[in-house]
Design a protein around this ligand. Structure first.
Ligand SMILES: Nc1ncnc2c1ncn2[C@@H]1O[C@H](COP(=O)(O)OP(=O)(O)OP(=O)(O)O)[C@@H](O)[C@H]1O
Length: 289
């Protein structure tokens, strides 16, 4: 079956079986998995530990060969080395040479991608600016916080201007302020037209950045769809009113009952613990790392 060139990612009937252990037992990590990612969307791949997310990503990156089925990137088989020029990857725990500065790290990866001279300099500076690490660019990455490491990792993944970004647990272990920055960056990259496939166990964060999600279990896709469709409660409507006097609320109640409907809940919307955390730590200047 030929790949759809209009999809950013097309995974078709993918099965991956590992043969491992002393007794060479087969382990089915991914089973008949099919999904596609449209250009420009943020697609979340979620599921419990060991359900096959990383294996799927590795096949998309051409790091693992499928036992059956295929994966393609912008219409090109993921087995082709040339498909990788369109892909940037941020692993969960990216490894960097600790003695290099942030700037040197990006120079190193830019050179690996064949850049040099003013192109390399301009792209490196643009990426440092994008991820907010300009002022820390001459510091050794060995001294970077986890949040800063993930951001330099994101800059590295973007250095060659890929159209698709694959992020494995990008905010795991990062504090709320750093995590907020990363999620804002993901949303900004999406606005710039970059397609993103992301995995995470932090479901609230996924809910905030993803357009569509696929839920995997035991190597299979068990639910998939537009996030809004998957999480909206079909028979309920919510509206939030500012400065509502008690009379207005009483009137809405009466109208609702008259129409034969029911007010399920009424109260003040809450701020999130995340917003409270960020506001409090920004005030004390601890949020700049
Ligand atoms: N190289 C390998 N050899 C043998 N088994 C493997 C290999 N890689 C993964 N597996 C097994 O395949 C299954 C799926 O693993 P995978 O890493 O894809 O899951 P995951 O959803 O990414 O999990 P996590 O959320 O913990 O990262 C697991 O049972 C895992 O132990």
């Amino acid at each position: 079956m030929s790949a759809d060139p209009t999809s950013a990612v097309e995974v078709t009937d993918l099965t991956k079986i590992f043969i491992s252990g002393m007794r060479k037992q087969p382990l089915v990590a991914v089973r008949d998995l099919s999904f596609s990612v449209r250009p420009g969307e943020v697609y979340g791949l979620i599921g419990p530990n060991g359900c096959g997310k990383s294996t799927t990503m590795k096949v998309m990156l051409g790091l693992l060969k499928p036992t059956k089925g295929s994966a393609s990137i912008f219409g090109q088989s993921a087995n082709e080395v040339s498909s990788r020029k369109d892909v940037g990857f941020l692993p969960e725990n990216p490894y960097f040479y600790k003695h290099l500065s942030g700037l040197e790290t990006l120079h190193f990866y830019g050179k690996l991608c064949g850049m040099k001279g003013s192109e390399l300099r301009d792209r490196t500076n643009a990426m440092l600016k994008l991820v907010g690490l300009e002022s820390a660019s001459s510091r050794r990455v060995g001294g970077y916080s986890k949040g800063m490491l993930q951001r330099i990792g994101l800059a590295q993944a973007l250095i060659h201007e890929p159209r698709l970004l694959i992020l494995d647990e990008p905010t795991a272990g990062v504090d709320p302020v750093g995590s907020r920055k990363l999620r804002d960056l993901i949303l900004q990259l999406k606005q710039n037209g970059i397609t993103i496939v992301v995995t995470s166990h932090l479901l609230e964060q996924m809910q905030e950045v993803c357009d569509r999600v696929g839920i995997m279990s035991n190597g299979r896709m068990v639910r998939e769809g537009q996030l809004e469709d998957l999480i909206s409660v079909e028979n309920q409507t919510e509206f939030i009113i500012e400065n509502a006097p008690p009379e207005l609320i009483a009137e809405i109640r009466q109208l609702t009952e008259k129409a034969g409907s029911k007010v399920v809940s009424l109260g003040k919307p809450r701020t999130t613990l995340e917003r409270l955390f960020i506001e409090s730590t920004v005030q004390t200047g601890d949020a700049e790392k």
